[in-house]
Design a protein around this ligand. Structure first.
Ligand SMILES: *[C@@H]1O[C@H](CO)[C@@H](O)[C@H](O)[C@H]1NC(C)=O
Ligand SMILES: *[C@@H]1O[C@H](CO)[C@@H](O)[C@H](O)[C@H]1NC(C)=O
Ligand SMILES: *[C@@H]1O[C@H](CO)[C@@H](O)[C@H](O)[C@H]1NC(C)=O
Ligand SMILES: *[C@@H]1O[C@H](CO)[C@@H](O)[C@H](O)[C@H]1NC(C)=O
Ligand SMILES: *[C@@H]1O[C@H](CO)[C@@H](O)[C@H](O)[C@H]1NC(C)=O
Ligand SMILES: [Zn+2]
Length: 523
């Protein structure tokens, strides 16, 4: 009897195991069948990209995206842009550096030419700091925003950085140094105009329909008068007495353009519906991290709220629009070595992508999500599935202590986890046990291999995700500046504008006639 009972239990147990194995296999099979169906259903959209929205997650390399995904919904989760039908990789080297800075890469993405380290909106004939070289008209590049304006579309940008900073800069400025944001940063006796003035005084800056971000300190001399709003020592202060915000208003009034100038969330949400030109400067320095942002009507808006406001203004143009949105604090947090904050900023930008998806149609709007460069973030082995991405794993077989799943290659002082311990009168170098620290904190700085004043950029490829007209042009390993040309093609602007194509056709037609005529003469 006992034997039989055990036998029955054993068979029952076996069948349970079997069915759970089958269930497990079914789970994975289902996942991949869904993906297969999705892949088979992809159709090329050969329409015209009436609208283009380019998201640049500054410093948002593939490991940052992976960490964001795992943090948000676990290993199997898919971020909004990870559901886009097309993806490629970009090679991010600049004209003179294997590992680039943000303004040379923004110049590649937005102006279609690789540039030198620290140079903005000019080609590689301009060396860093060479003002006279940057003044040569042939060295100055036109951005996607300029081409969109020429095609009768609206154009603008949203950033969480200063509006005069590295990534938005190439949209409207030509500068031999990204640091020339305001007068006090210009070399003595310079004949070059600072980036802030180029934004407000020159074309295409003064015709941009949307300018939203931080950086009041570079625009008005009185920025320091706001004690509660920090001024950054990394950015310059305007000291020539100009007030570029007032200058902006005066210019729009003189030209009879319907404009709104705002400085907090409430004002942004309540702008006149007829606004054609929107300027929002929400902080003296860069805008605050999302986790530190004062989330009330008097505080600064989120990247999601700025994106929503921008699209509302730009959408009114029946010819369409070009919008660039930069998640700049991803990079800032990485520079400080704070992976948790970088991921939080990356999540905020993902929500802005979701907002853009919801407010537009895949039929006529090309949405591109990419990054300018990576950081030296790595995801270390071997945490169990479902672990906190900000937790620890290990132990190290060297010192028996765990280590954080996320670490950096090169980091600032806070990434030094080594200390000298005296035991039996002998000094020993030991590592801080990360399990005694709060590694999930927004302020926690992960360990790095090499100590520096701050974390540095990485040189790996970045991903580019796309949906909408001609999104399939992003399909393999591309040069970064290809993005400009692919977008121009999809939107029929610049070299691919209808006017210039028609012109080419007429030209070819005339040439053929002329050649035919000459042949006749010869014969
Ligand atoms: C700056 O560029 C100009 C024009 O390209 C060149 O003639 C000049 O030698 C450069 N100046 C320096 C200091 O390199
Ligand atoms: C800008 O002004 C602030 C406050 O007065 C000061 O701390 C900072 O060093 C200044 N920055 C520069 C680059 O001059
Ligand atoms: C976009 O729409 C989806 C589906 O309705 C919703 O889940 C998501 O929260 C929306 N995104 C934003 C940023 O509002
Ligand atoms: C390392 O992490 C594991 C899993 O969380 C834990 O069980 C172990 O105690 C930790 N080791 C040390 C030395 O803290
Ligand atoms: C660790 O940091 C996180 C995020 O800031 C916080 O929610 C949590 O309470 C902190 N844990 C401890 C033990 O302080
Ligand atoms: Zn950076």
């Amino acid at each position: 009897m006992t034997g039989l009972r055990w036998g029955v239990i054993f068979v029952f147990y076996l069948s349970l195991v079997q069915s759970s194995i089958r269930k497990d296999q079914e789970y994975w099979k289902k996942l991949s069948t869904n993906e297969l169906e999705e892949a088979l259903a992809v159709k090329w959209n050969l329409g015209e990209a009436k609208n283009v929205i380019l998201f640049i997650g500054d410093g948002m390399g593939p490991n940052t995206v992976t960490a964001t995904r795992i943090h948000k919904g676990g290993e199997g989760h898919r971020l909004t842009y990870e559901k886009f039908p097309h993806i490629g990789l970009l090679k991010t080297y600049s004209a003179n550096k294997m590992v680039p800075d943000s303004t040379s890469t923004a110049t590649a993405l937005l102006c279609g030419v690789k540039a030198n380290f620290y140079t903005m909106g000019v080609d590689a004939s301009v060396e860093h700091n060479n003002c006279s070289a940057s003044l040569r008209p042939e060295a100055r590049l036109e951005s996607l925003a300029a081409l969109a304006l020429k095609a009768g579309k609206s154009a603008g940008f949203v950033t969480t950085m200063r509006v005069t900073h590295a990534t938005p800069g190439p949209i409207y400025a030509h500068s031999a140094s990204r640091l020339w944001e305001c007068d006090s940063a210009m070399p003595r006796d310079s004949s070059c105009k600072d980036i802030g003035r180029q934004l407000v005084e020159d074309w295409p800056g003064r015709d941009l329909h949307v300018i939203l971000g931080g950086g009041r300190q570079g625009l008005v001399a009185k920025a320091q008068d706001r004690p509660s709003d920090p001024v950054s020592a990394w950015g310059c202060n305007r000291s020539d007495g100009r007030d570029l915000i007032t200058q902006y208003i005066k210019d729009k009034e003189e030209r009879g353009l319907r404009h709104s100038v705002v400085s907090n969330t409430a004002e942004l949400k309540n702008i006149d519906k007829n606004t054609d030109y929107l300027l929002g400067i929400f902080s003296n320095a860069h805008m605050p991290y999302e986790f530190q942002r004062i989330k009330d009507p008097h505080g600064p808006p989120s990247i999601v709220e700025m994106t929503e406001a921008a699209i509302k203004v730009l959408k009114k143009n029946k010819n369409g629009f070009f919008l660039m949105v930069e998640g700049g604090n991803i990079d800032m947090a990485h520079h400080r070595g704070r992976a948790r904050t970088a991921v939080d900023e990356s999540l905020a930008m993902e929500e802005a992508v979701s907002m853009a998806v919801n407010m537009t149609s895949e039929e006529d709007t090309l949405i591109v999500v990419t990054s300018d460069h990576t950081h030296t973030l790595s995801i270390n082995g071997y945490p169990d599935r479902g672990s906190d991405i900000f937790g620890t794993t290990g132990p190290s077989k060297f010192d028996g202590l765990n280590y954080t799943t996320l670490t950096y290659g090169v980091g600032g002082p806070g990434s030094n986890k080594l200390k000298v311990q005296i035991a039996d009168d002998q000094p020993r170098i030991v590592r801080t046990d990360p399990d005694t620290e709060n590694t999930t904190s927004f302020m926690y700085e992960q360990a790095s291999a090499i100590l520096n004043d701050e974390n540095v950029h990485g040189g790996g490829d970045v991903a580019i995700y796309a949906r909408g007209p001609y999104a399939h042009l992003f399909h393999n390993v591309h040069e970064q500046h290809y993005v400009f040309h692919a977008i121009s093609y999809a939107a029929k602007i610049g070299a691919f504008s209808k006017a210039s194509t028609q012109y080419n056709n007429v030209y070819i037609c005339l040439l053929t006639l002329l050649l035919g005529f000459m042949f006749r003469m010869i014969n």
